[in-house]
Design a protein around this ligand. Structure first.
Ligand code: NAP
Length: 239
């Protein structure tokens, strides 16, 4: 194996933004392990399907072991798997709250802890945040809390891992049409579109291009990088 090619582990790589991240890495000649609960079964020289739930540490251990057995290392971890469940706090089912926190926040920590022993100097972790982690939207308490937590986790780990040369950053997509957002009404979509300075939704590829750049940015860690058509600028960058 050429040393210049990287080995990626992308959670939630089977659809939407994650799938675009996988495609971008493959286009750059890298090798990618695609982790999801129900990934398409593709196994070839450059890609590996891993059926695992980010909430389940046993499944994660088996998945990571498979990557190490096949490719011997992991250079980039992308915590992209995500779940959205809405509902105002007063009516939000606690099961929904827990499912969102378990997937988006605890799941990311479990993935990082499982992969960490295999990460070497210059490895990179990219967490996928969300604008609502920084800006309040009513009815989004669970999702917003999980993504705000992920921002905190990113900064804490960027310091913890710095002495080993491992970088940890947060890419913050704006509104992108995927399975996750497909149930938004046209009216809600229109009002959100009106808030975006660039006046349009993002494309999955536009997010993936930035994730790819961040993964190899050798002097960047603990950074929050919005890719949101300017949405964050309408209320200030995260501090
Ligand atoms: P999506 O189309 O709904 O895809 C979600 C992906 O995560 C799928 O591959 C899904 O595969 C996987 N997944 C979900 N739960 C999982 C679990 N417990 N274990 C393992 N894999 C799991 O979502 P998306 O819109 O591409 O979002 C990707 C990321 O971007 C998420 O973190 C989301 O919060 C963030 N984001 C999205 C937007 C947007 O506008 N779309 C905006 C900001 C941030 P399986 O169902 O097979 O497990």
């Amino acid at each position: 194996m050429l040393n210049s090619t990287k080995v990626w582990l992308v959670t939630g790589g089977s659809r939407g933004i994650g799938q675009a991240i996988v495609q971008r890495a493959l286009c750059g000649g890298d090798r990618v392990a695609v982790l999801a609960r129900n990934p398409e079964k593709v196994s070839n020289e450059n890609s590996l399907s891993l059926a695992a739930d980010v909430c389940d540490e046993n499944q994660l251990r088996a998945a990571v072991e498979q990557v190490i057995t096949v490719w011997g290392r992991i250079d980039v971890v992308v915590n992209n798997a995500g779940l959205h469940r809405g509902g105002k706090a007063s009516r939000l089912d606690l099961k929904d709250w827990e499912a969102v926190l378990d997937t988006n926040l605890s799941g990311a920590l479990k993935v990082i802890r499982t992969a960490e022993p295999h990460l070497k100097q210059d490895a990179s972790i990219v967490n996928i945040g969300a604008v609502v982690g920084f800006r309040g939207f009513p009815g989004d308490a669970a999702y917003a809390s999980s993504k705000a937590g992920l921002a905190g986790l990113t900064r804490a780990l960027s310091i913890e891992f710095a002495e080993r040369g491992i970088r940890v950053n947060l890419v913050i997509p704006g509104l992108v049409l995927t399975d996750m957002t497909s149930s938004l009404s046209e009216k809600a979509m229109e009002s959100m579109r009106n808030m975006i300075p660039l006046g349009r939704l993002g494309e999955t590829k536009e997010i993936a291009d930035v994730v790819h750049a961040v993964a190899s940015a050798s002097y960047m860690t603990g950074a929050f990088i919005p890719v949101d058509g300017g949405l964050m600028s309408t209320f200030g960058l995260p501090g």
